[in-house]
Design a protein around this ligand. Structure first.
Ligand SMILES: Nc1ncnc2c1ncn2[C@@H]1O[C@H](COP(=O)(O)OP(=O)(O)OP(=O)(O)O)[C@@H](O)[C@H]1O
Ligand SMILES: [Mg+2]
Length: 234
Protein backbone atom coordinates (compact mmCIF):
# COMPACT_ATOMS: atom_id res chain seq x y z
CA UNK A 1 0.00 0.00 0.00
CA UNK A 2 1.22 3.49 -0.79
CA UNK A 3 2.49 5.81 1.93
CA UNK A 4 -0.11 8.53 1.29
CA UNK A 5 -3.31 7.82 -0.62
CA UNK A 6 -6.28 9.96 -1.56
CA UNK A 7 -8.69 7.22 -2.58
CA UNK A 8 -11.83 7.66 -4.68
CA UNK A 9 -12.11 11.26 -3.50
CA UNK A 10 -15.43 12.94 -4.29
CA UNK A 11 -16.38 16.30 -2.86
CA UNK A 12 -16.41 20.06 -3.34
CA UNK A 13 -17.80 23.30 -2.07
CA UNK A 14 -21.49 23.54 -1.20
CA UNK A 15 -23.63 21.19 -3.25
CA UNK A 16 -21.26 20.99 -6.23
CA UNK A 17 -18.72 18.20 -6.51
CA UNK A 18 -15.35 19.40 -7.78
CA UNK A 19 -13.56 16.10 -7.25
CA UNK A 20 -15.13 13.07 -8.89
CA UNK A 21 -13.65 9.74 -7.86
CA UNK A 22 -10.14 11.17 -7.85
CA UNK A 23 -7.16 8.99 -6.89
CA UNK A 24 -3.74 10.29 -5.87
CA UNK A 25 -0.90 8.51 -4.08
CA UNK A 26 2.75 9.00 -3.27
CA UNK A 27 5.54 6.88 -1.79
CA UNK A 28 8.34 7.82 0.61
CA UNK A 29 11.22 9.51 -1.18
CA UNK A 30 9.14 9.88 -4.33
CA UNK A 31 8.03 13.02 -6.16
CA UNK A 32 4.43 12.87 -7.41
CA UNK A 33 3.18 15.77 -9.52
CA UNK A 34 -0.39 16.83 -10.28
CA UNK A 35 -0.91 18.85 -13.45
CA UNK A 36 -4.01 19.90 -15.34
CA UNK A 37 -5.91 22.92 -16.62
CA UNK A 38 -6.97 25.88 -14.46
CA UNK A 39 -9.95 24.98 -12.33
CA UNK A 40 -9.40 21.22 -12.75
CA UNK A 41 -9.51 20.74 -9.00
CA UNK A 42 -5.79 20.37 -8.30
CA UNK A 43 -5.84 22.64 -5.24
CA UNK A 44 -9.11 21.07 -4.15
CA UNK A 45 -7.48 17.62 -4.26
CA UNK A 46 -4.60 18.93 -2.13
CA UNK A 47 -7.04 20.48 0.36
CA UNK A 48 -8.98 17.22 0.55
CA UNK A 49 -5.83 15.23 1.27
CA UNK A 50 -4.78 17.75 3.93
CA UNK A 51 -8.21 17.78 5.59
CA UNK A 52 -9.36 21.26 4.56
CA UNK A 53 -12.30 19.87 2.63
CA UNK A 54 -14.78 17.23 3.76
CA UNK A 55 -15.10 14.38 1.31
CA UNK A 56 -18.51 13.17 0.27
CA UNK A 57 -17.02 9.86 -0.76
CA UNK A 58 -13.61 8.27 -0.57
CA UNK A 59 -10.91 8.37 2.09
CA UNK A 60 -7.38 9.45 2.86
CA UNK A 61 -4.87 6.88 4.08
CA UNK A 62 -1.50 7.84 5.54
CA UNK A 63 1.09 5.44 6.86
CA UNK A 64 -1.45 2.56 6.88
CA UNK A 65 -3.97 4.62 8.82
CA UNK A 66 -7.35 6.04 7.75
CA UNK A 67 -7.03 9.77 8.53
CA UNK A 68 -10.18 10.91 6.68
CA UNK A 69 -11.76 12.22 9.88
CA UNK A 70 -8.72 14.18 11.10
CA UNK A 71 -8.48 17.97 10.92
CA UNK A 72 -5.40 19.58 9.29
CA UNK A 73 -3.64 20.24 12.59
CA UNK A 74 -3.90 16.58 13.57
CA UNK A 75 -2.61 15.60 10.13
CA UNK A 76 0.43 17.83 10.76
CA UNK A 77 0.96 15.95 14.03
CA UNK A 78 0.85 12.68 12.06
CA UNK A 79 3.61 13.96 9.75
CA UNK A 80 2.02 15.94 6.94
CA UNK A 81 3.28 19.34 5.79
CA UNK A 82 1.38 21.59 3.39
CA UNK A 83 2.35 24.72 1.47
CA UNK A 84 -0.83 26.29 0.08
CA UNK A 85 -1.00 28.01 -3.30
CA UNK A 86 -1.60 31.48 -1.83
CA UNK A 87 -1.00 33.30 1.46
CA UNK A 88 1.70 30.83 2.41
CA UNK A 89 3.90 33.22 4.42
CA UNK A 90 3.18 35.85 7.07
CA UNK A 91 4.47 38.93 5.21
CA UNK A 92 4.93 41.26 8.20
CA UNK A 93 6.81 38.67 10.23
CA UNK A 94 10.53 38.07 9.74
CA UNK A 95 11.84 35.01 7.93
CA UNK A 96 12.89 33.49 11.25
CA UNK A 97 9.52 34.21 12.87
CA UNK A 98 7.83 32.47 9.92
CA UNK A 99 9.98 29.40 10.54
CA UNK A 100 9.19 29.55 14.27
CA UNK A 101 5.48 29.68 13.43
CA UNK A 102 6.00 26.59 11.31
CA UNK A 103 7.22 24.76 14.40
CA UNK A 104 4.00 25.53 16.26
CA UNK A 105 3.21 21.95 17.23
CA UNK A 106 6.69 21.18 18.48
CA UNK A 107 7.51 21.12 22.16
CA UNK A 108 11.12 20.03 21.70
CA UNK A 109 14.08 22.13 20.59
CA UNK A 110 13.59 22.94 16.92
CA UNK A 111 16.79 24.97 16.35
CA UNK A 112 18.48 22.04 14.63
CA UNK A 113 15.62 21.84 12.12
CA UNK A 114 15.91 25.59 11.52
CA UNK A 115 19.62 25.11 10.76
CA UNK A 116 18.67 22.36 8.29
CA UNK A 117 16.28 24.77 6.58
CA UNK A 118 19.02 27.39 6.44
CA UNK A 119 21.41 24.78 4.98
CA UNK A 120 18.84 24.00 2.30
CA UNK A 121 18.12 27.69 1.59
CA UNK A 122 21.23 29.70 2.62
CA UNK A 123 19.73 33.01 1.46
CA UNK A 124 17.10 32.67 4.19
CA UNK A 125 19.79 32.69 6.87
CA UNK A 126 21.13 35.95 5.47
CA UNK A 127 17.64 37.43 5.43
CA UNK A 128 16.39 35.91 8.66
CA UNK A 129 15.69 39.28 10.34
CA UNK A 130 13.85 40.70 7.30
CA UNK A 131 10.06 40.69 6.96
CA UNK A 132 9.09 37.89 4.57
CA UNK A 133 6.96 40.35 2.59
CA UNK A 134 10.12 42.20 1.51
CA UNK A 135 11.64 39.12 -0.12
CA UNK A 136 11.50 38.19 -3.82
CA UNK A 137 8.86 35.73 -4.99
CA UNK A 138 11.31 32.84 -5.12
CA UNK A 139 12.66 33.62 -1.67
CA UNK A 140 9.14 33.81 -0.25
CA UNK A 141 8.46 30.36 -1.67
CA UNK A 142 11.62 29.16 0.08
CA UNK A 143 10.25 30.57 3.34
CA UNK A 144 6.95 28.77 2.74
CA UNK A 145 8.69 25.45 2.06
CA UNK A 146 11.01 26.00 5.02
CA UNK A 147 8.07 26.76 7.29
CA UNK A 148 6.42 23.47 6.31
CA UNK A 149 9.66 21.57 6.94
CA UNK A 150 9.84 22.86 10.52
CA UNK A 151 7.50 20.13 11.76
CA UNK A 152 9.81 17.48 10.20
CA UNK A 153 7.04 16.10 7.98
CA UNK A 154 7.15 12.69 6.33
CA UNK A 155 5.16 14.00 3.40
CA UNK A 156 5.48 17.51 1.98
CA UNK A 157 2.58 18.81 -0.12
CA UNK A 158 3.31 21.82 -2.33
CA UNK A 159 0.66 23.69 -4.31
CA UNK A 160 2.43 25.49 -7.18
CA UNK A 161 5.73 26.22 -5.42
CA UNK A 162 7.18 27.88 -8.53
CA UNK A 163 4.25 30.18 -9.35
CA UNK A 164 5.46 33.55 -10.57
CA UNK A 165 9.19 32.85 -10.41
CA UNK A 166 11.76 33.01 -13.22
CA UNK A 167 12.92 29.81 -15.00
CA UNK A 168 16.28 29.93 -13.20
CA UNK A 169 14.65 30.27 -9.79
CA UNK A 170 12.22 27.49 -10.74
CA UNK A 171 15.12 25.14 -11.56
CA UNK A 172 16.78 25.99 -8.25
CA UNK A 173 13.59 25.32 -6.31
CA UNK A 174 13.09 22.01 -8.09
CA UNK A 175 16.67 21.04 -7.20
CA UNK A 176 15.98 21.76 -3.54
CA UNK A 177 12.73 19.78 -3.72
CA UNK A 178 14.70 16.84 -5.15
CA UNK A 179 17.13 17.23 -2.21
CA UNK A 180 14.20 17.01 0.21
CA UNK A 181 12.86 13.89 -1.54
CA UNK A 182 16.29 12.30 -1.26
CA UNK A 183 16.04 12.55 2.54
CA UNK A 184 13.13 10.08 2.28
CA UNK A 185 10.27 12.58 2.47
CA UNK A 186 7.36 11.97 0.08
CA UNK A 187 6.65 14.99 -2.14
CA UNK A 188 3.19 15.67 -3.57
CA UNK A 189 3.24 18.76 -5.75
CA UNK A 190 0.83 20.65 -7.98
CA UNK A 191 2.58 22.43 -10.84
CA UNK A 192 1.65 24.86 -13.58
CA UNK A 193 5.12 24.43 -15.10
CA UNK A 194 3.97 21.00 -16.15
CA UNK A 195 6.80 19.87 -18.45
CA UNK A 196 9.56 20.86 -16.06
CA UNK A 197 7.74 19.33 -13.10
CA UNK A 198 7.02 16.03 -14.88
CA UNK A 199 10.68 15.96 -15.77
CA UNK A 200 11.59 15.56 -12.09
CA UNK A 201 8.51 13.48 -11.20
CA UNK A 202 8.57 9.78 -10.42
CA UNK A 203 4.83 9.78 -11.00
CA UNK A 204 2.42 12.21 -12.60
CA UNK A 205 -1.31 12.82 -12.55
CA UNK A 206 -3.20 14.75 -15.18
CA UNK A 207 -6.39 15.95 -13.53
CA UNK A 208 -9.35 17.13 -15.63
CA UNK A 209 -12.65 18.20 -14.07
CA UNK A 210 -11.75 16.57 -10.80
CA UNK A 211 -11.07 13.20 -12.38
CA UNK A 212 -7.86 11.37 -13.27
CA UNK A 213 -7.34 11.72 -17.02
CA UNK A 214 -3.86 10.18 -17.13
CA UNK A 215 -1.66 8.55 -14.49
CA UNK A 216 1.83 7.36 -15.34
CA UNK A 217 5.51 7.94 -14.69
CA UNK A 218 6.65 11.49 -15.37
CA UNK A 219 8.71 10.19 -18.26
CA UNK A 220 5.81 8.30 -19.88
CA UNK A 221 3.47 11.30 -19.59
CA UNK A 222 6.07 13.52 -21.24
CA UNK A 223 6.37 10.99 -24.05
CA UNK A 224 2.61 10.56 -24.51
CA UNK A 225 1.61 12.47 -27.70
CA UNK A 226 -1.98 12.95 -26.52
CA UNK A 227 -0.85 14.37 -23.17
CA UNK A 228 1.73 16.57 -24.90
CA UNK A 229 -0.75 17.97 -27.38
CA UNK A 230 -3.62 18.55 -24.97
CA UNK A 231 -1.92 19.53 -21.73
CA UNK A 232 1.74 20.35 -22.32
CA UNK A 233 1.49 22.74 -25.26
CA UNK A 234 2.84 20.25 -27.83
N1 LIG B 1 -13.64 28.04 -1.78
C1 LIG B 1 -14.31 27.76 -2.90
N2 LIG B 1 -15.65 27.89 -2.98
C2 LIG B 1 -16.33 27.58 -4.11
N3 LIG B 1 -15.75 27.15 -5.25
C3 LIG B 1 -14.42 27.00 -5.25
C4 LIG B 1 -13.63 27.31 -4.09
N4 LIG B 1 -12.33 27.06 -4.40
C5 LIG B 1 -12.32 26.64 -5.67
N5 LIG B 1 -13.56 26.60 -6.18
C6 LIG B 1 -13.92 26.14 -7.54
O1 LIG B 1 -13.55 24.79 -7.66
C7 LIG B 1 -13.00 24.51 -8.95
C8 LIG B 1 -11.63 23.93 -8.81
O2 LIG B 1 -10.77 24.87 -8.19
P1 LIG B 1 -9.27 24.56 -7.80
O3 LIG B 1 -8.76 25.76 -7.11
O4 LIG B 1 -9.20 23.27 -7.08
O5 LIG B 1 -8.61 24.38 -9.24
P2 LIG B 1 -7.08 24.29 -9.65
O6 LIG B 1 -6.94 23.10 -10.53
O7 LIG B 1 -6.23 24.33 -8.42
O8 LIG B 1 -6.90 25.60 -10.52
P3 LIG B 1 -5.63 26.60 -10.69
O9 LIG B 1 -4.77 25.97 -11.73
O10 LIG B 1 -6.25 27.86 -11.17
O11 LIG B 1 -4.95 26.74 -9.36
C9 LIG B 1 -13.05 25.84 -9.70
O12 LIG B 1 -14.20 25.84 -10.50
C10 LIG B 1 -13.15 26.87 -8.61
O13 LIG B 1 -13.85 28.01 -9.06
MG1 LIG C 1 -4.82 25.63 -7.74
Amino acid sequence: MSFLIGENMTGGYGATNILNDCNISVEKGEIAVIVGPNGAGKSTAMKAIFGMLNLREGRVLFNDEDITALNPQDRVRKGMGFVPQTHNVFPTMTVEENLEMGAFIREDDFRHTMEQVYDLFPILKQKRRQPAGELSGGQRQQVAVGRALMTQPQVLMLDEPTAGVSPIVMDELFDRIIDVAHTGIAILMVEQNAKQALNIADKGYVLVQGTNAYTDTGEALLANPEVRRTFLGG
